[in-house]
Design a protein around this ligand. Sequence first.
Ligand SMILES: Nc1ncnc2c1ncn2[C@@H]1O[C@H](COP(=O)(O)OP(=O)(O)OP(=O)(O)O)[C@@H](O)[C@H]1O
Ligand SMILES: [Mg+2]
Length: 251
Amino acid sequence: MTDRIPLLEIRDLSHRFSDGTVALSEVSFSVEKGDFLIISGPNGSGKSVLMKHLNGLLSPTAGEIRLNGVSISRDLVSTRKKIGLVFQDADSQIIGQTVERDAAFGPENLRLPRAEVDRRVEKALKEVNLLGKKTARPHVLSGGEKRRLAVAGVLSMDPEIVIFDEPFSNLDYPGIRQVLQQLVYLHGKGHTLIVITHDLGKVLAHGTRLIIMGNGRIIEEGEPEELLSSLEKRGIRRPPGLKAAEMTWLK
Ligand SMILES: Nc1ncnc2c1ncn2[C@@H]1O[C@H](COP(=O)(O)OP(=O)(O)OP(=O)(O)O)[C@@H](O)[C@H]1O
Ligand SMILES: [Mg+2]
């Protein structure tokens, strides 16, 4: 028997909005360090509501979320440092006058010493390949670059987990490729990632685990490879967007 504590543990999480909508019902799963977890499911299945619970933007009606064994509701300020969210709308996350000012916003708010802020900004911009655009004004960036800047803003907080909500939405093909390469790179560097997307085909081959939600519940959970073949065996069609060429990794 092992009593090892997972990095993130979601236990019986339920959320009912005041209008009576039950958006999450008894959702339980855990995330280990180094995971690249993909959470997918149709529109309205509860993905974004789940994400908003993961850093305390919404509080559960029942259940709890533990980070390193401690309930996140105990210290939301600390939780928000440790769990970084990259929202769907990159523009709404950009606030600085220049790329480097923008990436510095988080660590400056933590009141870190200037040298540490500069070190983190440099590292984060390097990780998203935007060092060359340090002094650019964010509004001149392309859609993919803006999303990478939003990622840098989160990385500069030095989080333990980075969560992306629909990272591919509203991007053209080169933008999608950039963001996908970014995700694979960050995972390769040891970051723990949760990617929420209804666009399963784009990331599936890179994920280490997959959760499929439906009506606020987890309906499938497993390794992407195993899960996809089991879905296909049961006659569930291949996720939209997944091309035959991208299926070659399947046995
Ligand atoms: N503030 C709210 N008040 C009432 N119901 C809400 C609220 N926010 C979300 N919901 C409902 O909760 C359910 C889950 O919504 P959620 O945004 O999590 O879906 P999603 O899986 O992220 O969908 P999408 O793929 O469209 O982003 C939906 O039925 C939605 O209408
Ligand atoms: Mg959503």
